[in-house]
Write a protein that binds this ligand. Structure first.
Ligand code: PEP
Length: 267
């Protein structure tokens, strides 16, 4: 891959609220957050519970906050009690969806094949997918990180081309770092993000790999957010716990606002 080419990639900070906050709490959160975001601010995404998508989409209409979902089914409709389809999410204002979050993979037994069908549905129906990938502690200890990520990327993105995936975001979330308070070091995050970018370059094209946004997730907090974002191949953050506190989330987002937001890297 060329080392000379500079590419500008957006910084996208996503809060994953999981199963937290009532609608009232959620609305008051975004009402307070919005005035702290300026026009130059790159997008702040919030992945919220299904019930919160419509009221929050309305509340965030004229702001830079983008509202999305944490999951969806791969089917268009049918007898799938308790599930939700992409078109239903779009109907209520969702613009993106998290797919393959480790909690979905481990607590709800979602495999790469199912996630692949969801990515296909998302791109067919026009909702932006954020594909989460990451290795377990034991896979990390056994030095299988690259192997695991390569198969997650290959299997979750199979039979899709770069045109279909032009809005795809990848979130690298080492499972050993999620909710543990032990974030990946800056060196690990950068090296793994670079590896992911190179894999995508081999699977699709160098151009595709240079443009794709790769977020880091796993125990991001006020102390480590800026340094993680300063890594050349870390283009954003996927934040769980720290996105629930207005003060913390606002500080993470505003740190970037005060510095250079747009970035690029040589590959
Ligand atoms: C997550 O659940 O996606 C996550 C990164 O959580 P936390 O930031 O709490 O580790």
């Amino acid at each position: 891959m060329s080392k000379e080419v500079e590419v500008e990639r957006e910084i996208i900070i996503t809060g994953n609220w999981k199963m937290h906050k009532t609608i009232k709490e959620a609305i008051s959160f975004v009402k307070e957050l919005i005035p702290h975001l300026t026009n130059e601010m790159h997008h702040v995404y919030l992945a919220v519970p299904f019930t919160h998508i419509q009221p929050l989409s309305k509340e965030c209409l004229n702001s830079s906050i983008i509202i999305g979902a944490q999951n969806m089914n791969d089917a268009n409709s049918g007898a799938f009690t308790g599930e939700i389809a992409a078109k239903m999410l779009l109907d209520i204002g969702a613009k993106f969806v998290l797919l393959g979050h480790s909690e979905r993979r481990h607590l709800f037994h979602e495999d790469n094949d199912f996630i692949n069908r969801k990515v296909k549905r998302a791109v067919a129906d026009g909702i932006q997918p954020i594909l989460c990938i990451g290795e377990t502690q034991s896979e990390y200890d056994a030095e299988k990180t690259h192997e695991v990520l390569k198969s997650q990327l290959t299997e979750c993105l199979k039979e899709l081309d770069e045109k279909q995936l032009k809005n795809l975001i990848i979130a690298y979330e080492p499972i050993w770092a999620i909710g543990t308070g032990h974030s990946a070091t800056l060196e690990i995050a950068q090296a793994v993000h670079r590896f992911i970018r190179e894999q995508l370059g081999e699977m699709f094209s160098e151009d595709f790999s240079k443009k794709i946004v790769i977020q880091y997730g796993g125990s991001v907090n006020i102390e480590n957010a800026k340094n993680l974002l300063d890594q050349p191949d870390v283009d954003g953050l996927l934040i769980g716990g720290a996105s629930l506190s207005l003060d913390t989330f606002c500080q993470i987002v505003n740190d970037r606002q005060l510095n250079q937001i747009s970035k690029g890297s040589d590959i």
